[in-house]
Design a protein around this ligand. Structure first.
Ligand code: NAP
Length: 346
């Protein structure tokens, strides 16, 4: 490795921004050189602007970086964006137009036809959309690539394994999503303590549509989405990190329980710095996965699946768990960037 790519974080002071700071400390390919956030934070050193909420200290390398407004230019080669979706659309386009690769966590561009929605282990070939995006939007060096909603990140991988081997026909999911998924300060303590909250604004439509794009086929005309319906109910539950999803699925082709488990266990990981091994862990323990015990598997990048059984109404049911700010946000975005480097697109 000759030199490290210089990275800027948009929304650096937030829940996902802090996870970027933590995960990029000592990264062999990327080094944070710029931080940007709202007017509240701009002009202050990161250590002052940021109410650090992760275990351990703010990484030394970023403590003194002065937070800037979310406008280009920033002193970096690419940007990771963890901005609220209402401001991400305009800002991310401005950075892409100014020549920066933008790797985004927000929902603003995920479903645009010329924007890749990536889980690198599943659909790296969707990066071919970047060329079309540049033509459509007049970007020269810059582009936008996105990673999925944090609950989708938890159940799309086992579905991908099943879809590849047997074809997925229909899916019902019930999500149990962590408090950190709402950012900081997020959900009021009186709403979530001793409670399960059956509403996450705007979440169910995302959970019902994104997996079909991720599992879609790249064609000359763009992504042909996978043809199955997803029905979702999304709940906020009283855990800090980790999104658990209960999944019921119908398959197009017959599959035994052993076939289903083998398909998930053998779904390959990649050989990138942040790739976990395995990508999908299937546990036989009757009481796992558990959010607190399993969310950090594979440094938060492994998807842990358990309770895989034939179902009385659908073909199979299982429970899927992943870390929402790692696999569901910053970790997946970093893996996307590692893939983009490997493919020569950064
Ligand atoms: P958050 O904790 O509320 O952080 C928001 C960040 O955006 C902060 O750095 C904040 O800066 C900045 N910001 C807010 N309003 C701004 C404005 N008007 N101008 C410039 N900067 C502004 O939220 P988060 O949980 O990190 O989520 C960030 C994005 O990632 C969202 O789009 C979210 O949907 C997505 N996402 C989150 C998760 C998760 O698990 N949390 C998972 C996947 C995707 P200040 O500190 O200066 O206010």
């Amino acid at each position: 490795m000759s030199r490290k790519y210089r990275v800027g974080i948009l929304g650096a002071t937030g829940t996902v921004g802090q996870r970027f700071s933590q995960l990029l400390e000592g990264h062999p390919q990327f080094e944070i050189t710029a931080m940007a956030a709202s007017d509240r934070s701009a002009g202050k050193p990161y250590s002052e602007a940021c109410a650090w909420k992760l275990p351990g200290h703010i990484p030394e390398g970023v403590r003194d970086i002065v937070v800037q407004p979310i406008e280009p230019p920033l002193d970096c080669d690419l940007v990771f964006s963890s901005l609220p979706s209402n401001i991400a659309r305009e800002t991310e386009e401005a950075f892409a137009r100014a020549g920066y690769p933008v790797i985004s966590n927000s929902s603003s561009y995920r479903m645009d036809e010329d924007v890749p929605l990536l889980i690198p282990e599943i659909n790296g070939e969707h990066l071919a959309l970047i060329e079309r995006q540049r033509e459509n939007r007049g970007f020269t060096k810059g582009f936008i690539a996105t990673n999925p909603n944090c609950a989708v990140a938890s159940f799309a991988p086992p579905l991908a394994a099943l879809h590849e081997k047997f074809g997925v026909e229909a899916v019902v999911v019930t999500t149990m999503q962590a408090i950190s998924g709402a950012g900081y300060p997020g959900v009021a303590s009186l709403d979530i303590t001793d409670n399960v909250f059956p509403y996450i604004a705007g979440e169910e439509p995302k959970v019902e549509t994104e997996a079909q794009k991720i599992l879609g086929k790249l064609t000359d005309k763009g992504i042909e989405k996978a043809d199955f319906p997803v029905s979702a109910q999304c709940f906020r539950v009283n855990v800090v990190d980790g999104h658990m999803v209960s999944v019921r699925v119908n398959l197009r082709d017959k599959a035994t329980l052993e076939n289903v488990i083998t398909a998930m266990r053998s779904y390959p990981s990649l050989d990138l710095h942040s790739s976990p091994s395995p990508f999908i862990e299937v546990t036989d323990e009757p009481s796992r996965p558990q959010t607190r015990l399993d969310r950090d598997n594979g440094n938060g990048m492994t998807i842990t699946v358990g309770r895989v059984f034939p179902d009385n109404i659908f073909d199979y049911r299982f429970v899927s768990l992943s870390h929402n700010t790692v696999r569901g946000a910053a970790g997946c975005a970093i893996l996307n960037a590692e893939l983009l480097v490997a493919k020569g697109l950064i």
